[in-house]
Design a protein around this ligand. Sequence first.
Ligand code: SAH
Ligand code: F3S
Length: 469
Amino acid sequence: MPSVFIKTYGCQMNERDSEAVAAQLVAKGYSLAPSEAAADVVLLNTCSVRDLAEQKAMNKMKNLVGMANKNRPGQILGYLGCMAQSRGQELIDKLPDVDLVLGTQKFHRAAEYLDELLAGTRKKIVDVEAEAKSEATIREHLLNGSAKTSVSAFVSIMQGCNQHCTFCIVPATRGEERSRTIPDIVAECRELVARGVREITLLGQIVTSFGKRDLPAIGRADPPISLGPDAQQCVPTMQLSPFVQLLDTVHEIQGLERIRFTSPHPKGYGDDLIEAFARLPKLCESAHIPLQSGSDRILKLMHRGYTREKFLNIVEKLRRAKPGIGITTDIIVGFPGETEEDFEMTLSLAREVQFDNAYIFKYSPRRDTPAAEMPDQVPLAIREERNERLLNLVNEIAARKYDAFIGRQVEILVEGPSKKNAARYTGRTRCNRIVLFDGSQRHQGQLMDVKIERTGSFTLYGDPAVVNL
Ligand code: SAH
Ligand code: F3S
């Protein structure tokens, strides 16, 4: 039977898509190759969000073509995902040795197309068409890949994004928002839990918009926990967005210990979601809230749909609802027209919020996005300089936050042996920090308390013995 190697670029959604493709191929009798060189089929699942990600995948494919021609003629090479979607046939025109280009609504067709290419009944396949109901096709899981994947799993709940931020290519590569149904998602979650999964991360390009087009908001009779039982009479019924309805339903699954989600949009943090953090014990106190900029002028040019004040207000409410919540973010520096003053607004907001971590990106112009055509593009040298200044600030704050864990007892879900040192085991706190400790196989999949003894770079070191004595 043929073997396949899949290399993934980009976000967790891409990791999830690759896993679903791998599981689909394994179910059809394919094996997973240990390396590109040993594989009959090599697939690159690509990212288009920044130019660098596209360049990396294209350079990789050039190398693969060179190696295949030298050592393994007949090896099937393919592009999957976002870059496949946005560039289509152009990828084969550039590199005629590429056999397959499969778009973001077509992952479930991988086995069928590879069978045809391997059998020689078709020479080249490009399929980037839209397909109705494709949002419900990312469902197969491997789970036996690594120890980690058997404890914690990702579930795709929706595809696409309608927000159209002016810098972002995702609405073009992933299409319009389409959501799966709640029963369909819950059935997948239940099956995962039956197979030993204890933590589920709900995934989508804009998860907080889940079901907006298909499901009505519903009222809930009980009052928000934070207001206490005495407040019952004066609390109006809270309207629950479809996303919070989904969280409520997944929360009921017995045996599931932790729920996370990514990626949300700040506008999706309504009172119903903030209250869900206080109300649902399985919903982990960790929120990724993409900021992008601290300047209202730039936020408007980005078409983000919120202001600096609104963002600060969300953070404040979340911290009140769930003290100790970990807050992470994405920030773009050097968006067209960003002045030193605008950038300083971002610095001051980062100082004010004290993010637990922030992913900082230098603005990268993307094809067919409004921002790429805007005047006053910021020179690369300035983008780099701002990137470094913000990174220094964010890292300094993050390190201080890590140090504050020393001496504290935290609950971790143990994922498995650490990749770097097999004698160490790795787990995550509820606020999504990695903890290393001297563990063994029997800890895997367990929720346990550890005491944090010291910190490393974005890592905590814990000692279970101190607690278990
Ligand atoms: N909500 C989406 C965002 C996708 S892109 C999701 O997580 O699926 C992830 C991050 O990349 C964005 O939050 C943004 O900070 C950054 N990004 C997107 N387009 C970019 C561009 N053109 N240049 C630089 N960074 C970008
Ligand atoms: Fe992109 Fe904005 Fe949607 S960043 S994925 S268009 S919310």
